[in-house]
Design a protein around this ligand. Structure first.
Ligand code: DAH
Length: 359
């Protein structure tokens, strides 16, 4: 018996050393120590040995098992090191290969435009705020100095939800301005936010869709004045359209929630039916703005004697169409993959002022 064990030991130690690859070695391990391996079998058979010899025989067989296991492990470490060495020696990176194909998915121009707007205002210290799409009358109208029966309510072509038990009706927000109200209610000045998001009006034709996007801006502190408003908007518009000397004009206007109010025009040309941005003598309106009306501050619980600030609101589809030459508003929401492949953006080109807004 002892000679048998010696022979078995020699056989498996030899097999381990002779293995020339980790795959071959794995086969040796299965043969010796696997579930039905030879040495596993020897250990299992201990129960059949006469009790007086069992202890000694048990020790010998376990030693055999450990010796073979150790030899296999030692060989494995060696083979793995050799295989890695060989792989490092032959693997080559072909730097002349073209890069992996561009990913299939595209970022929708609306998402891209929002990301660009956030990147620019982010650099100016604005945080992004959000509010619900379904609003109540107070946040969408009353707090913004648009009382019931105010004509501005008719202008907004509001979608109303069914009447509630108390007789009031929620609305789909007609602009992002209610986020101003929510922000002022929830935080104390100084505050500096932009709020991009979906807005809704009961209107549908070539230039209107029932759902569209706006971005709202709001600064409230003790010192911000109209000069800051102008500087901020001029910087934004020039960064966004990537035209360093783009003419920007502030035209007096009216909004219930700002006083004074202005509309912002940028320089353009419409010659030959083609729209070009730049210093060509013609003007195109792109947003509304003004100094926050004291009544709005007060409705939001802010002391209008101490605090002041400016607000602005801009349609996102409109500036996206202008910037990217997209002719038809309705195509934004048709979910046409060919359109998205043409006008969409690569997912890894994240807009930033330093890295570039769009490519
Ligand atoms: N809420 C306005 C609209 O939907 C846009 C707007 C104009 C927002 C002037 C403002 C602002 O914050 O100051 O037409």
């Amino acid at each position: 018996m002892s000679d048998d064990l010696e022979a078995i030991r020699a056989k498996w130690l030899e097999a381990a050393t002779a293995a020339t690859s980790t795959a071959e070695l794995a086969a040796v391990q299965v043969g010796a120590l696997g579930k039905s391996g030879e040495i596993t079998g020897l250990v299992k058979q201990l129960g059949q040995i006469a009790p007086e010899r069992r202890k000694e025989e048990g020790q010998r067989r376990n030693q055999l098992k450990e010796a073979v296991a150790a030899a296999i492990e030692a060989r494995r470490a060696r083979l793995e090191a050799e295989e890695l060495e060989a792989k490092l020696g032959t693997d080559r990176v072909d730097v002349s290969l073209p890069p992996a194909p561009a990913p299939e998915g595209r970022i929708h121009p609306i998402s891209q435009t929002i990301d660009e707007i956030v990147a620019i205002f982010g650099e100016m210290g604005f945080k992004v705020a959000e509010g619900p799409d379904i609003e109540d009358d107070f946040h969408n109208f009353t707090a913004l100095n648009i009382p019931p029966e105010h004509p501005a309510r008719q202008m907004h072509d509001t979608f109303y939800l069914p009447e509630r038990a108390d007789g009031t009706r929620l609305v789909l927000r007609t602009h992002t301005s209610p986020v101003q109200v929510r922000t002022m209610q929830a935080t104390t000045p100084p505050l500096r936010i932009i709020a991009p998001g979906r807005t809704y009006r009961c209107d549908s034709d070539m230039t209107h869709t029932p759902m569209f996007h706006q971005v709202e801006g709001l600064i409230v502190d003790e010192t911000t004045h109209m000069g800051h408003l102008k500087g901020c908007i001029v910087d934004f518009v020039r960064a966004f359209f990537q035209v360093a000397d783009l003419p920007v004009r502030f035209r007096p206007s009216f909004f219930p929630f700002t006083e004074p109010s202005a509309e912002v025009d940028i320089g353009c040309s419409r010659k030959g039916g083609e729209l070009k941005l730049g210093n060509y003598g013609d003007w195109l309106e792109i947003m509304g703005c003004g100094m926050v009306h004291p009544k709005v501050l007060e409705a939001c619980g802010i002391d209008s004697k101490r605090y002041q600030g400016f607000a602005f609101g801009m349609g996102i589809e409109r500036v996206a169409m202008l910037k990217y030459g997209i002719p038809d508003l309705r195509t934004f929401f048709e979910a046409d993959l060919r359109w998205l492949r043409h006008y969409g953006f690569l997912p890894l080109d994240v807009p930033s002022l330093t890295g570039g807004l769009s490519r």
